[in-house]
Design a protein around this ligand. Structure first.
Ligand code: MG
Length: 337
């Protein structure tokens, strides 16, 4: 049942516990975040994944999986014109995301051309607009803190260009049926500089484009991304807390790597075919089909059955073997094409 597995959407207290139940587990203890100032970034809470600490950009890649081309200096990273969007290596579903950003100062350009960037959930899928809207007007559903093309912010809480601003975003991923039909739309709550500007709005599909596009089914967890819109927007202190059921870490591997893994593998037993569909590998064996998710650059799992797949290389560096198992053990299969 949808309700039982999706605690993002709980609408009633857990019936497993009585009112004031003393045997109920205590909430985990977390050291809270500290707020930043204009001179100093804040600090992430103790249970967050720090995505950018002002120095290390290694958790971000270009969209094609090659190293990120943005500049890192003086405790921030800066979008480079033509450098392209950057995205996280790790995938995230329901989450709390904290981002600090600053628009170029002095301001240049107007409308959508002034300090444009964006925070994406998924690759170019759902954009929270980043724009210098301090004394700069544009179409309301494209202004700072808008869900681009869908929801203008409730108020304009922008600080002047050059000043550090915060986004605190609660994102609930959309859910799809196995056949791709939309089950629940994505939802976003957003505080801009501590002011509520999006109150649990329901997205009607991906953002962007000249007309509204329908939802495209995708896995619950996807990379987060930051937009290169040609303006030198800066970011610092980015952290994320995964919400909902604890699960395995998932990673978004470069397309080129997935293509290397695709092929036919044989052993004395069942042959295994690995194919690539978009950003995902599919394993076919014994009449079954598994959608695979990466939990490291070489290992994959499925969400329906406890299968594991590990790809190995020969001494020349070519992908040559697949170790696979269902529930227990491990079978070594050799790549034949
Ligand atoms: Mg943008």
């Amino acid at each position: 049942m949808f309700f039982a597995t999706q605690n993002c959407c709980l609408a009633a207290p857990d019936p497993a516990y009585r009112h004031h139940d003393r045997d109920r587990p205590q909430p985990p203890v977390v050291t809270p975040a500290t707020p930043g100032t204009q001179d100093r970034p804040g600090r992430a809470p103790s249970d967050a994944v720090v995505l950018f600490d002002g120095k290390d950009i290694s958790k971000w890649l270009s969209l094609d999986g090659t190293p990120a081309k943005w500049i890192v200096r003086d405790g921030y990273m800066e979008s480079v014109k033509g450098g392209g969007d950057i995205r996280t290596f790790q995938n995230f579903g329901d989450c709390q995301l904290h981002v600090e950003w600053a628009a170029p100062s002095p301001a240049r350009g107007e409308g959508q051309g002034r300090g444009n960037s964006g925070v994406f959930f998924g690759l170019r899928q759902y954009e929270v607009q980043v724009l210098d809207c301090y004394g700069n007007q544009t179409y309301p559903d494209g202004s700072a803190a808008a869900i681009y093309g869908q929801y203008p912010p409730l108020v304009n809480a922008c600080l002047p260009p050059g000043q550090w601003q915060t986004y605190d975003i609660i994102y609930t991923a959309p859910r799809f049926e196995a056949d791709g039909k939309l089950l629940v739309p994505a939802r976003i709550t957003l505080f801009h500089n501590g002011v509520l500007v999006q109150n649990n709005v329901e997205l009607v599909g991906p953002t962007g484009g000249f007309v509204q596009q329908p939802y495209n089914p995708h896995p619950e967890k996807q990379p987060l991304a930051l937009q290169d819109h040609g303006d030198a927007v800066r970011y610092r202190n980015i952290w994320v807390r995964e919400l909902g059921m604890p699960g395995k870490k998932e990673f978004n591997l470069p397309d080129a790597l997935l293509t290397e893994y695709a092929g036919s593998y044989t052993s004395s037993g069942t042959p295994v075919d690995i194919t690539r569909e978009g950003t995902q590998l599919i394993a076919s064996l014994g009449g079954a089909r598994f959608v695979l998710f990466a939990d490291s650059p070489t290992t994959f799992f499925a969400k329906t059955t406890d299968v594991r797949f590990e790809f190995r290389r020969d001494q020349q560096g070519r992908v040559s073997q697949l170790i696979w198992s269902i529930g227990e053990g491990g079978i070594t299969a050799t790549k034949t094409r």
